[in-house]
Design a protein around this ligand. Structure first.
Ligand code: AMP
Ligand code: GLY
Length: 425
């Protein structure tokens, strides 16, 4: 029986902890730092250790005789937590820092994609406002402006005009809005199409693709309003059938794993390809070095195979892709966010209706929540992800929205059209 430590405290980590706790191979799930959801989850326990405190995380893993560390967020991966665990003799699921740079530096990622002829948008890297301004004229349509470093999902501006692109350059270089993450900025050709997330379990050489999910990045219905971390997701994606999975496997994932192995830093963990399906074929918008949030909240409930076995096989370089099995059901998750999200934060308020949502057939994953005197309160922008499964998207979405209707807290906001795009096709 394994003891597993999940690092992180968002909706993705609650889904990971929940799925691991359901495994017959798992004795205990420790979560650092976790949230109210993981505190209340059977078989799970929170430990108040920050994801940045690698020393304390390794200490916790040693003290509690943890057999496997599963790292949720990108920052500790990019900062070398998996390298640190390996040096301490602790098995950790996730890429080493050298491989995680594909997310940690968009500039390094672009160089990697170009060097390996993996399809992506044209771009130029600039390091000053003057250089950026000089390049703006090279773009017929306004470019997408991206801080190269980690910016907690807030470093990308999809500009509608050249003036907006210039303002984004000023935000990075003059206001220094992204700190050192904005020292290098990419100006990137804007692509049109449908976005899809293709994630794969990787063991350094072999990989198993998960059911592709579609995320909803914009805050408001109809894909309007500002970009967010993701307001909901669904599986299956009607635009990502077996032919697309085959093409992405062949043109994106396989060459990426081969190149990293050849560089001596094999990729072990989850490789997340954020793709735009353009008229000319799929293009990589970004790589993430981890599970998606909220994609995990729809993908993991469909994993039939034992998660510990899959994660361990990846860590040990012995993944048998045909052994990773999935439920054929549809899954929908709807994110419920706090007032002001994503622009500003709001004070904690109590949440009601969580039990009723469960009674209506949903699994409620917590993100920004915390217990105050035993009562679940909001504690962040994205608060909950309400997931439901069903034989088809319409049924799953109906159940998920019945769960959302049962839950309330002051200032709550959610989209009412999650998975609609999937049902229409
Ligand atoms: P990224 O973090 O690079 O994936 O960018 C965040 C979001 O910005 C993506 O999920 C897309 O919605 C959008 N985006 C990024 N790059 C482009 C592009 N080249 N063309 C159009 N939209 C983009
Ligand atoms: N859902 C987008 C991400 O996890 O980056």
């Amino acid at each position: 029986m394994a003891r597993v430590l999940v690092v992180g405290g968002g909706g993705r980590e609650h889904a990971l902890a929940w799925r691991l706790a359901a495994s017959e191979a798992v004795e205990r799930v420790l979560v650092a730092p976790g949230n109210a959801g993981t505190a209340l989850e059977a078989g799970c326990e929170n430990h108040p250790v920050s994801v940045d405190d690698h020393e304390a995380l390794v200490g916790l893993a040693h003290r509690e005789h943890v057999d496997l560390v599963v790292v949720g967020p990108e920052a500790p991966l990019v900062d070398g937590l998996v390298d640190r665990c390996a040096a301490a003799g602790i098995a950790a699921f996730g890429p080493v820092a050298a491989a995680a740079r594909l997310e940690g530096s968009k500039q390094a990622c672009k160089e990697f994609l170009r060097a390996n002829r993996i399809p992506t948008a044209a771009s130029v890297a600039v390091t000053s406002l003057a250089e950026g301004r000089a390049h703006l004229a090279d773009f017929d349509t306004p470019p997408v402006v991206k801080a190269s470093g980690l910016a907690a999902g807030k470093g990308v501006v999809v500009a509608e005009t050249h003036a907006e692109a210039e303002a984004a350059l000023e935000a990075a270089f003059v206001e220094r809005r992204f700190g050192a993450a904005g020292d290098v900025v990419l100006l990137e050709e804007r692509l049109e199409g449908t976005e899809v997330s293709v994630l794969a379990f990787c063991d350094g050489e072999r990989f198993a693709v998960m059911p592709p999910a579609q995320d909803h990045k914009r805050l408001a219905d109809g894909d309007r309003g500002p970009n967010t971390g993701g307001m909901g997701a669904f599986v299956p994606s009607p635009v990502a059938g077996p032919a697309l999975v085959e093409e992405v496997s062949r043109r994106v994932i396989a060459p990426t794993l081969a190149a990293l192995a050849a560089e001596g830093t094999p990729y072990r963990g989850v490789l997340y390809a954020g793709l735009m399906l353009t008229a000319e074929g799929p293009r990589v918008l970004e790589f993430n070095c981890r599970f998606g949030d909220p994609e995990t909240q729809v993908v993991l409930p469909l994993l039939v195979s034992d998660p510990v076995e899959v994660f361990r096989a990846c860590v040990e370089g012995r993944l048998d892709p045909s052994s990773v099995r999935w439920s054929p059901q549809a899954a929908v998750t709807v994110v419920m966010a706090s007032a002001g999200y994503p622009a500003s934060s709001s004070p904690p308020v109590p949440i009601s209706g969580l039990e009723e949502a469960r009674a209506r057939g949903c699994t409620v994953f917590h993100a920004g929540t915390r217990l105050v005197d035993g009562v679940v309160h909001t504690a962040g922008g994205r608060v909950l992800a309400v997931t439901a499964l069903g034989p088809d998207l319409t049924t799953a979405a109906t159940t998920a929205y019945a769960g959302v209707a049962a839950i309330s807290f002051p200032g709550e906001q959610h989209r009412t059209d999650i998975a609609r795009a999937g049902e229409r096709v």
